[in-house]
Design a protein around this ligand. Structure first.
Ligand code: DC
Length: 228
């Protein structure tokens, strides 16, 4: 069967990652969470006191870090930074607070995009992020742009954090989301925007199952039209 690339872009906490993960497992495709890559770079920068305004420091740091994904025994996708599992650490708010400024750096983006393109060489991939349909894979057979109301996104994020034992005020989460939306959509280097040929999905009032079903349906259409 023909293998395609499914590019899922959109705002944070719209359900992109969970939907993408489920769709990938239904199709038997690989799943790449590109947000996790930018979060891992941010964690490295924080831990090593890399100044984001110093291009030399940024360049050196990028040469010192390696990011990979591994599957845990329970089948969980885990992000590894220089051989260490950082999956839980990169989801914390102190990393989320700095990730937009790090991901706005051109050299950081170029390094991540190179790695992402290599991962998609054989197709058969679901990738989620902010610039997948516009920059990383403009030739993806299926592009989806996900959105949801900010307060609903903040509530979802709060539940996710609570499940990990992190109690956060909804106002603080909402502020973080709004700040990230602003930086992500206004940065000079590949800002978050909907590709012209991306299908818009508003997940505000959709369940996860509905999101997955809708995407699988779209994927079926894209796969069969590629085979034709
Ligand atoms: O999907 P996420 O919330 O985990 O992403 C974390 C941050 O990384 C987000 O604020 C924007 C950035 N990002 C990006 O700039 N480009 C991507 N392809 C993915 C994420």
């Amino acid at each position: 069967m023909s293998k395609i690339i499914i590019a899922i872009d959109g705002y944070s906490s719209c359900g992109k990652s969970t939907t993408a993960k489920n769709v990938a497992s239904k199709l038997g495709y690989a799943y790449i969470d590109t947000g996790a890559m930018y979060r891992a770079v941010t964690l490295f920068f924080i831990q090593n006191h890399v100044s984001v305004t110093n291009p030399k420091e940024v360049h050196t740091a990028l040469g010192q870090l390696s990011i990979e994904f591994r599957k845990s025994e329970e089948g969980r996708n885990e992000t590894f930074l220089n051989g260490l599992c950082v999956e839980d650490e990169i989801r914390k708010l102190y990393v989320a607070d700095r990730v937009s400024e790090v991901s706005a750096i051109a050299e950081v983006r170029h390094a991540m995009v190179d790695q992402q393109r290599k991962m998609g060489k054989k197709r058969g991939l679901v990738m989620d992020g902010r610039d997948i349909g516009t920059v990383v894979f403009p030739d993806a057979e299926l592009k989806v742009f996900m959105t949801a109301e900010p307060l609903i996104r903040a509530q979802r994020r709060q539940i996710e954090l609570m499940e990990k034992g992190d109690m956060m005020d909804i106002e603080d989460i909402l502020l973080n989301i709004q700040k990230r939306d602003h930086i992500d959509t206004t940065r000079a280097e590949s800002p978050l925007r909907r590709a012209q040929d991306a299908i818009l999905i508003d997940t505000s009032y959709m369940t996860l199952d509905e999101q997955v079903d809708q995407l699988c349906l779209l994927a079926d259409v894209a796969i069969s039209s590629k085979a034709r």
